[in-house]
Design a protein around this ligand. Structure first.
Ligand code: PCA
Length: 186
């Protein structure tokens, strides 16, 4: 379970707060390893490769913040493009470059998307499927991880990305009005 460090103008990143809160817990027979990713593509990819090697996980859930979205959303697809609308945490902006040259144009999430939505619904949690993870670091990391699992013959490991709405701290710092969920619920 990964979350990101704060980025852009956001004072905190609810994704890493959640990942940290769940670290070490056992849920449904799975022990959760919560990890923090930098908002910079090379360092994030290096960290992910190390985690995949070290843990050989049974499943990979990558999470990040999408301030402005009203609900939790599972990403359907990662595209092989980096086109950063804002600078990453190293101050760099990439435009129209592939995440992995000569790799497929896209990978689909291998998480059970529909079954997850049904389980959320049964638990009273509103959420949905998103058809774009954007072209910033979250998409980079999702593409990288799906590609790495594929290249290692581990495409049977369910892997995908969950975007979280703002928490109260993030919403308060936004210049515009954005919906938020309490961190506890996230
Ligand atoms: N959200 C950004 C990058 C880090 C994060 O939490 C994104 O959606 O790409």
């Amino acid at each position: 379970l990964t979350g990101f460090e704060p980025f852009h103008t956001h004072p905190v990143n609810p994704s890493s707060v959640s990942a940290q809160a769940l670290h070490g817990r056992t849920l449904g027979g799975y022990v959760i390893e919560g990890a923090l990713l930098p908002v910079e593509p090379a360092a994030a990819r290096e960290r992910l490769d190390a985690l995949l090697d070290w843990l050989t996980p049974d499943a990979v859930l990558l999470t990040g913040l999408a301030s402005g979205r009203p609900q939790v959303t599972l990403e359907r697809v990662a595209v092989n493009v980096m086109d950063y609308r804002i600078p990453d945490n190293a101050g760099r902006q990439y435009h129209d470059v592939p995440v992995v040259p000569d790799a497929p144009a896209a990978y689909l999430s291998t998480l059970p998307l529909r079954a997850t939505l049904r389980a959320w619904r049964d638990a009273g949690i509103p959420g949905g499927i998103s058809d774009t993870a954007g072209t910033f670091v979250c998409n980079t990391v999702m593409f990288h991880t799906l590609h790495a699992l594929h290249a290692a013959g581990r495409e049977d490991v369910p892997c995908g990305f969950l975007h979280l709405p703002a928490n109260a701290e993030v919403a308060v710092a936004e210049p515009r009005a954005v919906p938020y969920l309490p961190q506890e619920e996230l």
